[in-house]
Design a protein. Structure first.
Length: 182
């Protein structure tokens, strides 16, 4: 359904001469190829695998992402509150060209969303700790970051792998029955 809507929106944007049709079309292409996977369920060779992918995506991964999002929001709000607030731009006089520091040096209105992205990068091993110098209590900041890394990277990701393994095991046991049912 979403694929069909995106194709219609893409056509409308293209006919309207709006360049954003390309962004919508990209998502339609991805969903279209994923939709093609649905039709492989009737083949003996790929039917079991497409069922596994479907169950992993909609059952295991959805639950994992929900819990992971709650962890990220909780830790991001706690860690952002430990950053020093940014001085306002009004404190600079109009004659002097002073630059107002922004994140990661201090906390401003955009910090929370940026910090969510930084926590995600930290989870996948691409993050850095440049915001550590601007924390009010660096010790508490480090403790929170370490507990976040342990809980998300070690615990949650290993639980996701275990859940996926369990799903693959269940589908493998019932593979012949599932394939005939499809």
């Amino acid at each position: 359904f979403i694929y069909s809507v995106l194709v219609i929106v893409t056509a409308g944007l293209y006919l309207g001469g709006i360049e954003a049709y390309l962004a919508v079309m990209v998502f339609a292409l991805v969903l279209g190829w994923m939709n093609a996977l649905y039709f492989t369920r009737g083949l003996k060779l790929t039917g079991t695998y497409s069922i596994m992918i479907q169950k992993i995506l909609f059952k295991d991964l959805f639950r994992f992402l929900l819990v992971y999002l709650l962890f990220m929001i909780g830790y991001a709000s706690a860690l952002v509150s430990l950053l020093n607030p940014c001085p306002s731009s009004e404190s600079c006089s109009e004659k002097s060209n002073c630059t107002v520091p922004t994140y990661p040096s201090c906390r401003d209105s955009q910090t929370f969303s940026t910090f969510l992205l930084d926590l995600f990068k930290l989870t996948i091993g691409m993050g850095d700790l440049e915001m550590l110098e601007s924390a009010k209590y660096p010790g508490v900041f480090i403790i929170l970051l370490v507990t976040y890394i342990i809980l998300t990277f070690v615990l949650l990701l290993n639980m996701l792998i275990a859940l996926m393994g369990e799903t693959v095991g269940q589908v493998s046991k019932e593979s012949k029955h599932i394939w005939k049912l499809q």
